[in-house]
Design a protein around this ligand. Structure first.
Ligand code: URA
Length: 243
């Protein structure tokens, strides 16, 4: 890895030193770029991102590769980078430094399931932005049996003080007068949304697990607390390509 090289103009864009390759070319042309204390002007120069010292206008830039971890979040840990009382999801992934990495969205402390941890703010924004309406599916165990009229209310959207939910897709899996199991798919990510939706139609959530984001599905064999690294390409294809 340390031996890998890349073109200087690519490095300048990826490291955030320049906004675009055109901007990088201008900086090079204006003699603002130094590699290992020597001025350079060639955009094609091959640099070692992890070894060379690259300065632009006197400031040193480093290239931080983005990494992506899919965690099966266990109960009892909080979706935060730090917490004074509880263990955080970041503490479960030793490779992910809590100063740089963060969870994409949140799951409640007692919720399990699919949570992405990354240092890529752009991808995180794409997934969480309401504009993109990425579907999130939850396995939910609730008290009692959801009645047809209640299901219709979930489908239609429910008004809360600060928002009206979009249509939720409900698929029942098991029914019992005591408790039932279902899959619920929503496109927003409001605070305690699933619990609030069911509460609004008269049921409490007994167990909650997120099983997919877009077409990215939590692998069944992953136990709570386990994680896997994915590439950006794998995530893009899985999350944003849904049939
Ligand atoms: N909705 C909730 O109520 N809790 C979660 O953790 C996620 C969605």
């Amino acid at each position: 890895m340390a031996k890998e090289t890349m073109r200087l103009d690519r490095f300048l864009v990826l490291s955030g030193a320049c906004k675009s390759r055109t901007d990088a070319k201008k900086c090079l042309h204006d003699h603002c770029v130094y590699v290992n204390d020597r001025p350079v002007s060639s955009a094609e120069l091959q640099v070692h991102p992890l070894e060379d010292t690259i300065e632009v206008n006197g400031r040193t830039y480093r290239y931080v590769a983005n990494r992506y971890f899919l965690l099966n979040k266990p109960k009892g840990v909080v979706s935060a980078t730090k917490d004074r009382i509880s263990e955080t999801v970041l503490s479960l992934i030793p490779e992910a430094d809590a100063k740089e990495y963060f969870p994409v969205g949140r799951l409640d402390k007692d919720t399990e399931g699919l949570l992405l941890i990354t240092n890529d703010g752009e991808l995180a924004h794409c997934i969480t932005s309401p504009r993109h309406e990425i579907k999130k599916t939850y396995f939910v165990r609730i008290t009692g049996v959801l009645q047809k009229a209640e299901e219709a209310r979930l489908n239609k959207g429910i008004s809360f003080e600060e928002f009206t939910s979009k249509s939720a897709e409900y698929k029942f899996l098991r029914e019992d007068s005591e408790e039932s199991e279902c899959l619920l798919t929503i496109t927003e990510g409001k605070f305690h949304e699933v619990k609030r939706l069911f509460h609004a139609v008269g049921h409490e959530v007994l167990y909650l697990k997120r099983i997919s984001i877009g077409g990215l599905v939590l692998p069944e064999e992953m136990k709570p607390g386990e994680y896997r690294e994915y590439t950006l390409e794998q995530l893009n294809e899985a999350i944003f390509t849904v049939d």
